[in-house]
Design a protein around this ligand. Sequence first.
Ligand code: ADP
Length: 397
Amino acid sequence: MKILVVNCGSSSLKYQLLNMDDESVMAKGLAERIGIEGSRLKHVSAGREEIVIDKDLPDHKAALKLITDILVDAEQGVISDMAEISAVGHRVVHGGERFSGSVRITEEVMKTLEECAELAPLHNPPNIMGIQACKQLMPDVPMGGVFDTAFHHTIPDYAFIYPIPYEFYKKYGIRKYGFHGTSHKFVAQRAAQILGKALEEIKIITCHLGNGASITAVDRGRSVETSMGFTPLEGLAMGTRCGSIDPAIVAFIMEKENMTAEQANDMLNKRSGVLGISGVSSDFRDLETAAGEGNERARLAIDVFAYKVKKFIGSYSAVMNGVDAIVFTAGLGENSASMREKICSGLEYLGAELDMEENKVRGKEKVVSKPQSKVKIIVIPTNEELMIARETKNIIG
Ligand code: ADP
């Protein structure tokens, strides 16, 4: 069975074609600058060199048409007919409270998705556009919607309700939803396999540390707490996002700087986090270089980030009454040995002992704790596309 996985951003379309018989990637790529001048497609077919096609792509449908043409192309193609694709799996950021798991996309689901769009105005509308483009180009192919929020639907009410007037939960759906669920679920399942345990037996703290970053407490397979909230702004300090701060700061700055709500949102999402602290970059590679050259604010930004991760790990072990494994994933979690070291130093009281030698690893699956460490520390590259394909396969049966 072959499944196409599609992940649409406002001006981008990431895709992978997977052969689910052995879960191998047949082709993958990224269409960029959709609807903007200078649009192009980067595509790689398995075992071949990457190709780049500069072509005007006015909308997501045009991008998808180009992609499907390449998939069946005589030279670059990996399938001979589009009919070989059994299903399309779509990443959808926000499923609101309605979707507690992945779903087959129907007219009714589309209506509900549009209702959820208000909760994720930056993310859901492009996801919906991607689904519509696929429906037009491949009308008979079944489609699945896999939500970033769905894995967190098991979070209990006392963890998802904010202490503000209850009416706002009822009126606007203001509550914690959590994000990166597909990634947290994938690495939690993988961690259990690596440890040779059933997922239902163990307590895991999964740290997805990329540009956007979040931590989840996975108690015997169920997400019971996560650091992102109503939006992906809550929780950890991130590349450009502030994470959790005293909410009174927002009104204070808005008043002092004469900002509109939109400008304040922009400041908190795009000019804060480690970029805001350091003034150098949102990318941790740049921060590590700058800190190494003596830049104090870059050092401070790294320290703030690591400190917040450590605080969440401590509190999530309290939430679950213990922890068996801590997992690091995504760009920073998979690649930065020094960040893992900073986060894990001082977690020995929990029984989590990092092995400095084993920790010298980048982008590979590995247990990096000492053999005697009670809590296992594991680096696991995430694979959201594979998880989406697996979920889609399950949905269409
Ligand atoms: P997202 O998918 O959220 O955009 P990624 O998971 O790709 O982000 O992570 C990107 C981030 O990972 C970069 O901003 C960078 O800070 C960090 N990163 C990637 N590689 C390294 C590395 N070798 N060392 C340190 N940080 C890295």
